[in-house]
Design a protein around this ligand. Structure first.
Ligand code: ASP
Length: 315
């Protein structure tokens, strides 16, 4: 059995913030990304390849806060984070604060395979992307009127904003944004190997080189064949402090919890108690899937070789 599970961000996602057309577009984007990953698995490809294919599809879709749809920073730029982890070898690659890279998840893969390191950032990561011949694009590629308006509304303030929340952190400027963010995928392939990946533009109006949980191995992204593959989305500062993805894996490895029990314990127990909003997607080496979130909704989809499939937005 094999399966793929994806997300496009968790947060205040309710019917009240989306019209039928927006909802249909998101569901179509999620379905296309899920199916591109599923096709890889069906052809006998690896979990790593499937996760990358699904995330590239979401990065190329301006609806999601990753790659092309990345939000604006305080300086009006797009600084992206991504990570990829192989559950069979525990190899991992990650990048933070990269600009002009069309598909940060591909750069994370190259870091894993060719840099001799795990985590590269900023100008050094950019230099490495150039060396590896990755697709680079102009700032205009990332322009999106909705996200621009969202940024303009708060750029002169100290507020920063989670792409998937209807309100602002450290303040109460009402958000008009209806687009939600960060993308991720986890997969179990025909050999029972697991992989996890996450890609994001982070938070609107972020500054000082802020990095969230998404590219941090163990916080936003983690995979281990012994336990599970996890990709998180939500208020990154809490996921970092809760070491969320690794915590789920640890509960399975050391305390013997099931995939579902471990996810619930972390997301609806520990994380919620800390005040952290968001969720995660998970798969184990038997290809069981699980979605878990403590927010109103999460953009999500899954499909497995037994014919089970779903795509949804709301709680
Ligand atoms: N976790 C991401 C971050 O804090 C944001 C998100 O999931 O939407 O950068």
């Amino acid at each position: 059995m094999y399966s793929i599970v994806i997300h496009g961000g968790a947060g205040n996602i309710t019917p009240a913030i989306m019209n039928a057309e927006q909802e249909a577009l998101h569901l179509a984007g999620l379905t296309a990304a899920r199916d591109s990953g599923f096709e890889v698995l069906k052809q006998g490809g690896t979990a790593m390849q499937a996760v990358e294919a699904a995330i590239v599809s979401l990065e190329d879709n301006p609806l999601f806060n990753a790659g092309r749809g990345a939000v604006f920073t305080k300086k009006g730029l797009h600084e992206m984070d991504a990570a990829l982890m192989n559950g069979s070898t525990l190899d991992a690659g990650a990048v933070a604060g990269v600009r002009n890279v069309r598909n940060p998840i591909r750069l994370a893969r190259e870091v894993m395979l060719k840099s001799g390191h795990v985590f590269l950032s900023g100008s050094g990561a950019h230099e490495f992307a150039l060396m590896q011949g990755l697709d680079l694009v102009h700032d205009d590629y990332f322009f999106n009127q909705d996200r621009y308006d969202q940024w303009v509304a708060i750029r002169d303030s100290d507020f920063y904003q989670l792409d998937h929340k209807g309100d602002n952190l450290k303040g109460s400027i009402p958000s008009t944004d209806h687009k939600f963010g960060t993308v991720g995928a986890v997969a179990c392939d025909t050999r029972g190997n697991l992989a996890a990946g996450t890609s994001t533009g982070g938070m609107t109006n972020k500054r000082f080189g802020r990095i969230g949980d998404s590219p941090v191995i163990g916080a936003g992204t983690y995979a281990n064949n012994k336990t599970c593959a996890i990709s998180c989305t939500g208020h990154g500062e809490f996921f970092l402090r809760g070491v969320v993805a690794y915590d789920v894996s640890c509960l399975m490895e050391y305390a013997g919890l099931s995939l579902q029990e471990a996810c619930e314990r972390v997301v609806n127990g520990k994380l919620k108690a800390m005040g952290g909003e968001g969720g995660l997607i998970a798969v184990n080496a038997r290809a069981d899937d699980y979605f878990c979130f403590n927010s109103a909704g999460m953009y999500r989809a899954m499909r497995n070789s037994e014919g089970k499939e779903s795509v949804a937005c709301y709680g």
